[in-house]
Ligand binder design. Structure first.
Ligand code: GLU
Length: 466
């Protein structure tokens, strides 16, 4: 543990792409660990690669984190810390633990090709490490021969042969540090107690350990979380569906559903009381309470995106009507959708997967598509009888004052007919006439959405089909 004995963890995304599900999971695990132990969750934008780093990606990272409610306690940007890295680079150069390398890119490429052909792991072994050159790439002088051992909290001991790492690059020059160097300096400068990150970084860890040792740093506790896999067990990629969190947000997935979904990618809470074993829906507070690094699995974690749909439906059902309206309203974009009073939106709460589906549902109701007469005849009902019922419904509903026309007044007016003929005999033809579908929202919900003239028109169309 570090000198203050406090838990301090971070995510260190590079703003070279949109914030994706894997980063969301790493962020969540770090955030949960910090919250559980009263520690700090830090976000550090690793934008030392000036060409590939883009402001729009940084904005996407911060907005996505905010959307998920993973708000950092501290925020840093590496591009603003050049002086700090420079100081440490100068120290390493002065102590001859780093050196300027005179090899050209072509020479390095040739070396790497040669090594690959010989079946070796490509790494640069510099032959003029002591030359008094003062420009070129700054490299780490790797004299280590003893195995480097990572004590990983999830994977246990991982051993690396330092000779396979070579004299790796630390910086393009004093002003342009590279990933492994800046990352190591910052983890110490920012007093990280743990580094919790994706397993794809394991090969960087021995380099960071060597840099840390050369600078006399204490090491953080290393924790590498398993890779995310698609349903076919290959590394999760675009092929398996959208990966950018913003795409899910834009379709109307709820942040709480997304959090719950990613929490269970490679982590599981301890089995609860009997009957709780299968439980999957956990609130943010429950996740904080149950979370521990030890329960992160070693094996790759399969991300089934359909499971996110399931979580979203579960969380949508839990929303109060008011909350649902507040969340769904921004997703209503069509002219048809905008005509529907907002108070009616909860009609769709239990029927949709994403908030954007509401607009689609409304459009499919308002733009009635043609349908077969059979839709009107439920089970063994005779056409003539259904025709008579629709006529009676028409008669009754036509008498309601258009100003007062609603699901409630229609239900009241039709009550005697329902009592006489039976619920199904009246409500099926009414619902089928208004929706043109075998499955839809309820008849009086449809009445609420459609204006009186339209209801009457659809009942006439239905009757004429029989
Ligand atoms: N900048 C690295 C990345 O984007 C961060 C790695 C780390 O967490 O140490 O993957």
């Amino acid at each position: 543990m570090n000198k203050t004995n406090n838990i301090r963890v971070r995510i260190a995304p590079s703003p070279t792409g949109f914030f994706h599900i894997g980063t969301a999971r790493t962020a969540l695990f770090n955030w949960l660990f910090a919250r559980k132990h009263g520690g700090a969750f830090i976000v550090r934008i690793e934008d030392t690669d000036r060409e590939r780093s883009k402001a729009e990606f940084e904005v996407d990272i911060t907005e996505s984190l905010e959307w998920l409610g993973l708000v950092p306690d501290e925020f840093y940007r590496q591009s603003e810390r050049t002086e700090i890295y420079k100081k440490y680079l100068e120290k390493l150069l002065k102590e001859r633990k780093a050196f300027y390398c005179a090899h050209s890119i072509e020479e390095l490429e040739q070396e790497s090709e040669r090594q690959k052909k010989a079946g070796q792991v490509p790494c640069h072994l510099c032959d003029d490490r002591d030359a008094r050159i003062t420009e070129g790439i700054i490299r780490f002088k790797n004299n280590e021969t003893d195995a480097i051992i990572i004590g990983d909290l999830i994977r246990g001991e991982i051993r690396f042969d330092p000779r396979l790492i070579g004299d790796f690059a630390l910086a393009r020059n004093l002003e342009e540090p590279l990933y492994n160097f800046a990352n190591t300096v910052d983890d110490r400068e920012m007093d990280m107690s743990h580094v919790i990150r994706g397993e794809d970084h394991i090969s960087n860890t021995p380099k960071q350990i060597l840099v840390g040792r050369a600078l006399g740093f204490t090491q953080p506790r290393w924790t590498h979380v398993p890779l995310l896999l698609g349903s076919d067990r290959s590394k999760l990629s675009k092929r398996h569906g959208a990966l950018a969190v913003r795409e899910y947000r834009a379709q109307g997935y709820l942040p709480e559903a997304m959090l719950n979904f990613v929490a269970l990618l490679g982590w599981h809470p301890p089995a609860g009381k009997r009957g709780e074993r299968e439980r999957e829906v956990f609130s943010r507070d429950e996740l904080i309470e149950l979370f521990s690094l030890e329960r992160i699995q070693k094996a790759g974690a399969i991300a089934e995106m359909q499971k996110l749909d399931w979580f979203n439906r579960e969380y949508l059902k839990k929303l109060s009507d008011k909350e649902f309206i507040d969340r769904a309203a921004p997703f209503i974009s069509s002219p048809e959708g905008k005509r529907v009073p907002k108070e009616l939106l909860p009609i769709f709460k239990k029927r949709i997967t994403r908030l954007s589906d509401v607009d689609q549902e409304i459009r499919s109701i308002i733009n009635l598509s043609d349908y077969e007469a059979g839709v009107l005849l439920k089970g063994d009902r005779e056409g003539a009888h259904v025709c008579m019922i629709i006529d009676t419904i028409l008669n009754i509903l036509s008498r309601i004052d258009p100003q007062k026309f609603s699901g409630v007044t229609a239900r009241e007016a039709l009550d005697p007919l329902v009592k006489k003929e039976g619920i199904g005999s009246v409500l099926w033809p009414l619902r089928a006439s208004l929706s043109g579908k075998e499955v839809s929202i309820g008849p009086f919900e449809l009445v609420d959405i459609l204006e009186k003239d339209e209801v009457v028109r659809r009942l006439i169309v239905a009757r004429n089909k029989l």
